[in-house]
Design a protein around this ligand. Structure first.
Ligand SMILES: Cc1cc2nc3c(=O)[nH]c(=O)nc-3n(C[C@H](O)[C@H](O)[C@H](O)COP(=O)(O)O)c2cc1C
Length: 205
C-alpha cells in the first residue's frame, strides 16, 4: 500500500467510538499517542494543548454526573419525537472506556509570544483541536478507539478536575480498544444524520 492509501484508510476507518472492550491500552502506547499528538501544528508554535489523564474513580464519577445532567437538559429541550430518537443514541463510552483523557487549551500562552493571535485569539483553541485530531488518527492507526464527549458543562468539568483557571476545557476523550469496527459513523448507521456531499464540490469566486 502507498503512504497516501494507508493514510486514507486511517481517515476512512477512524470513528467516534462509544463501545469499548475493557482491556487497557499499554502505557507505552498511550505515551506514544501523546508524543504523536504533540507533532500537531500550533499558532506561533504555542503548543497550547494540555492532555490530562483522569484515572481517579471519584473524578470519573463526577464527570459521569455532569454528562448525565447535560444529557437530561438536552433531552428536555427537544420535541417529543426528536427526544425519543435522541434518547436511543449512545453518546459517550464513559462507563466502558478504560482510559479517560480531558483536553484543555491554555488561554493566553507565553509560548509562541503572541505570534498569529493578535486578531484571532481563538487560534490557540484551533491548535488544540488539531492536536486532538492528530491523537485521534494516531490512535485509529493503532486500532485504538477515541470518543469525543462534549455533552458536558465546561466549568463544572474544570472544577471537578481542578484544572488551572487559565486552561479552557476543550474535550473529554474516552479511549480504548473498540468492540466493533465500522467505516460509517454511528449516527449515520442509527439514522440520526447522513454525510452530505457539499464538501466534495469547490466553492468558486
Ligand atoms: C467537537 C466534537 C464534539 C463531539 N461531541 C460528541 C459527543 O458529545 N458525543 C458523541 O457521541 N459524539 C461526539 N462527537 C462525535 C461526532 O458525533 C462524530 O464525529 C460524528 O458523528 C461523525 O462520526 P465519525 O467521527 O465516526 O466519523 C463529537 C465530535 C466532535 C468533532
Amino acid at each position: 500500500m502507498t503512504t497516501s492509501a494507508i493514510l486514507e484508510d486511517v481517515f476512512r476507518w477512524r470513528r467516534d467510538v462509544r463501545h469499548f472492550r475493557p482491556e487497557p491500552v499499554a502505557e507505552a502506547t498511550l505515551d506514544e499517542l501523546l508524543q504523536v499528538a504533540s507533532m500537531a501544528p500550533s499558532v506561533g508554535l504555542s503548543e497550547p494543548w494540555r492532555f490530562m489523564r483522569v484515572d481517579s474513580p471519584t473524578r470519573r464519577d463526577a464527570v459521569r454526573g455532569i454528562f448525565a445532567r447535560s444529557q437530561a437538559d438536552a433531552l428536555a429541550e427537544r420535541e417529543s419525537e426528536d427526544a425519543a430518537a435522541y434518547a436511543r443514541l449512545k453518546l459517550a463510552g464513559l462507563d466502558d472506556a478504560p482510559h479517560h483523557i480531558a483536553v484543555f487549551s491554555v488561554e493566553d500562552p507565553i509560548q509562541g509570544r503572541g505570534l498569529g493571535r493578535r486578531t484571532m485569539p481563538e487560534t490557540t483553541v484551533w491548535s488544540t483541536v488539531m492536536a486532538i485530531h492528530t491523537f485521534w488518527l494516531a490512535a485509529a492507526a493503532r486500532g485504538i478507539g477515541v470518543g469525543w464527549v462534549s455533552i458536558l458543562e465546561p466549568e463544572a468539568v474544570r472544577q471537578a478536575l481542578e484544572s488551572p483557571a487559565s486552561w479552557r476545557f476543550i474535550a473529554y476523550l474516552c479511549v480504548g480498544y473498540p468492540s466493533e469496527r465500522h467505516d460509517t459513523p454511528e449516527l449515520e448507521r442509527l439514522g440520526w444524520e447522513q454525510r452530505q456531499s457539499a464538501c466534495r464540490e469547490w466553492v468558486r469566486r
